[in-house]
Design a protein around this ligand. Sequence first.
Ligand SMILES: Cc1cc2nc3c(=O)[nH]c(=O)nc-3n(C[C@H](O)[C@H](O)[C@H](O)COP(=O)(O)OP(=O)(O)OC[C@H]3O[C@@H](n4cnc5c(N)ncnc54)[C@H](O)[C@@H]3O)c2cc1C
Ligand SMILES: NC(=O)c1ccc[n+]([C@@H]2O[C@H](COP(=O)([O-])OP(=O)(O)OC[C@H]3O[C@@H](n4cnc5c(N)ncnc54)[C@H](O)[C@@H]3O)[C@@H](O)[C@H]2O)c1
Length: 461
Amino acid sequence: MRTFDAIIIGAGQAGPSLAARLSAAGRSVAIIERKHVGGTCVNTGCKPTKALVASAHAAHIARRAADFGVVIGGDVTIDMPSVFRRSHKITLDSRMSNERWLEGLENCTLIRGHARFEDRTTVRVGDERLFAPQIFINVGGRAAIPDFPGIHDVPFMTNSDIVMLERVPKHLIIVGGSYIGLEFAQMYHRFGAEVTIVEKGPRLVAREDEEISDAIQAVLEGEGIAVRTAAECIRFSRDGEDVIVGVNCTKGEPDIRGSDILLATGRKPNTDDLGLDAAGVALDERGYIIVDDALATSAPGIWAMGDCNGRGAFTHTAYNDFEIIAANLLDGETRKVSDRLPGYALYIDPPLGRVGMSEREASASGRRILVGRLPMARVGRAVEKGETQGLMKIIADADTREILGAAILGTGGDEAIHGVLDMMNVGAHYDDLRWAVPIHPTISEFWPTLVLGMKPVDASP
Ligand SMILES: Cc1cc2nc3c(=O)[nH]c(=O)nc-3n(C[C@H](O)[C@H](O)[C@H](O)COP(=O)(O)OP(=O)(O)OC[C@H]3O[C@@H](n4cnc5c(N)ncnc54)[C@H](O)[C@@H]3O)c2cc1C
Ligand SMILES: NC(=O)c1ccc[n+]([C@@H]2O[C@H](COP(=O)([O-])OP(=O)(O)OC[C@H]3O[C@@H](n4cnc5c(N)ncnc54)[C@H](O)[C@@H]3O)[C@@H](O)[C@H]2O)c1
């Protein structure tokens, strides 16, 4: 049995940074990874998808060249093997630099293999047993495969497969109309595939306000993507080379015939094969590790970071989990997960940048709220860039003057949202945003205009 001061299971978005902090503090650390260093984000998530989104954006702008007075002498075509190579190189460069960094850390040992608890302080990897008084779990998640009728009779892809695709499907049917589904839908349509999104809920990205969901659907349908919401009867079958996805049983065209299927129906934490019972680590009913506000599990000396604790589902939340644990264990701080402001982006084009509450959530909280909104068609910079789809929106508390949340579905929205995110993080009121003197011409310069135009909204019953 090898003994360490700390064991980290999983080299995703939190584990490697924690390994670096602990080893720099003189602790001996083992970090165990069963597949690729960098986890989902680097290998099958953020990195490859955002690289592919960039290729799709280039194709889109090239097709719109004439709108800008630019002449392209011929059709715009896609060389999918080159698109794939570009994205895969970005992934491999990142994976390898992360690996080299981890392997070069003093006091840190990278161990390859699947880790499983034997008890609260002992982990087995293959034939080897490792002991440490402190263990940090960073095992992430994988695509959830719902038990749809016929799912095992058809070939289907998840995010892990589609990021490796070197061809453009003839007709890609995407089941799930949220982050993963929408990013791949627009990207593959721009690469030349016919695309249909099948969503069982009444609208796309249902966690957003209805006007945001509607505007996103308008953007996608405007490009020629078919959207089937309220698909209450999803089932799968095969007809020769074609795949058939049953959508509705009672209304509309009952089936969609396509060439390929992508499942984008959420994630499942990698906690079912970790031996957590033996360690006394409790899970919730969906398999997420239950943690307190400092990310400690039910077992003393064991913490859980990233997607597997159900407290976030993003790279920045996983990284922040590392920051919280490192600050509390090494810097004498008392950081809490509940202090984290929810912020995220959806990387369709134009992107959706979001922070804090939606209007629906703010209304449901029982506060008197103010809402300001502006279509992107009235934002000068968007007009100059020829990208006027979408809207900006801000929500504030009418009594306390706190900013409660904001959304930008619009060009540069993933960056411009940070103006509000930063204000909210320092507890600023909307008057501070009103007087921020933003730079012209930017998308962000319109926040003061939105604040000045805020109107009261009736609280929900
Ligand atoms: C298609 C897609 C696009 C995404 N895009 C974005 C984005 O743009 N922005 C964003 O913020 N987030 C994005 N995400 C989410 C983001 O990838 C995750 O939130 C993030 O990777 C979570 O990090 P993590 O460290 O918790 O887990 P992971 O990155 O999943 O890492 C967990 C690691 O643990 C390893 N592991 C698991 N079990 C064991 C075991 N028993 N023994 C040893 N090793 C083990 C795994 O192999 C893996 O390497 C995207 C996700 C997907 C699927
Ligand atoms: N830009 C980003 O930051 C980004 C991009 C991609 C993924 N991600 C992360 O990856 C995670 C997973 O993304 P996702 O889009 O797969 O999941 P999600 O949980 O956001 O959405 C899943 C979608 O599938 C539908 N669905 C769920 N179960 C279903 C079923 N049984 N039948 C039919 N439809 C069903 C839901 O209605 C929903 O629209 C997200 O939580 C997100 O944090 C982030």
